[in-house]
Design a binder for this molecule. Structure first.
Ligand SMILES: C[S@@+](CC[C@H](N)C(=O)[O-])C[C@H]1O[C@@H](n2cnc3c(N)ncnc32)[C@H](O)[C@@H]1O
Length: 255
């Protein structure tokens, strides 16, 4: 088409006549078709809550800690990064006027979206985001659409949650602690971060996959984590999730 019309400098287009009713029919048909589409692909974290490495009591213990800590902060806006299908954000959704849940896994986000629709949770928004590659600014001068980080600064969440995400950022993403701390500090007032220790089975398996480079990741420990995060945050609370090898931190931005 492009080749055939490349010399068409007059750009005289034949206008096809289509009634408003016919146009509306096309839109309706398109909408019905899209509505029935479903994704038929497996993703790594789509069914995460069927394969967690902690038992029901630990799961409940983590929920309770989060509910208590979040409620005490009385936030107006909260974002859960790496929040999978919103399971933990949902523990506080009735207490926080606006909640965002993002995750890299489109199936988990899709499932969350459906739950939001079913539960009529008008104060919850779910979207896909790879925290290692957050959407950049685009358009002329990169200023037509702001970057995700700029938007999050504007959103200014009172609480950011990053639960069992730090090992992915640090070990899969090769990001030093002070750099991830700097990222969270750019938009977070309070940060609730769950740190799986080296003894946690998911962490062990990520470390084993480093093979001969495993020693380069000896820094993945609580001491180094705290040193990195203390550059940007004060540690307000720190508690082991009962029955797990994971530590929950409540951090307050120093800025
Ligand atoms: C161990 S699960 C924890 C899920 C949830 N936060 C919780 O505590 O139950 C890790 C989550 O991080 C997500 N994740 C992994 N890498 C990510 C990335 N680069 N950006 C955003 N999310 C990521 C996974 O899809 C998964 O949902």
């Amino acid at each position: 088409m492009e080749r055939t019309h490349s010399e068409d400098y007059k750009a005289e287009t034949k206008i096809a006549k289509l009634s408003l009713k016919a146009q509306n029919n096309i839109i309706d048909n398109l909408f019905d078709f899209i509505k029935k589409l479903s994704i038929k692909e497996e993703t790594e974290w789509g069914n995460y809550y069927d394969k967690t490495n902690y038992n029901d009591a630990a799961f409940q213990g983590k929920k309770t800690l989060i509910e208590d800590w979040v409620t005490a902060l009385n936030p107006q806006r909260l974002i859960d990064i790496g929040g999978n299908d919103g399971t933990f954000a949902r523990t506080v959704v009735t207490k926080v006027p606006h909640v965002i849940v993002t995750d890299i896994d489109s199936n988990a986000v899709g499932y969350n979206y459906k739950q939001i629709q079913q539960n009529k949770e008008t104060n919850m928004l779910a979207f896909v985001c790879d925290v290692l590659q957050p959407a950049p600014g685009i358009g002329l001068n990169n200023s037509e659409r702001s970057s995700l980080v700029e938007r999050l600064k504007g959103y200014s969440p009172d609480v950011t949650m990053a639960l069992a995400l730090i090992h992915h950022i640090t070990l899969s993403g090769n990001v030093p602690f002070d750099r991830s701390a700097q990222f969270f500090a750019a938009f977070s007032k309070h940060l609730i971060l769950e740190f799986p220790t080296r003894e946690d089975s998911w962490v062990s398996s990520l470390l084993v996959r480093k093979r001969e480079f495993m020693n380069h990741f000896d820094f993945y420990n609580q001491e180094a984590f705290e040193a990195g995060y203390k550059q940007y945050f004060d540690i307000q609370k720190k508690e082991t999730v009962p029955g797990t090898k994971r530590v929950l931190y409540l951090l307050k931005n120093k800025g």
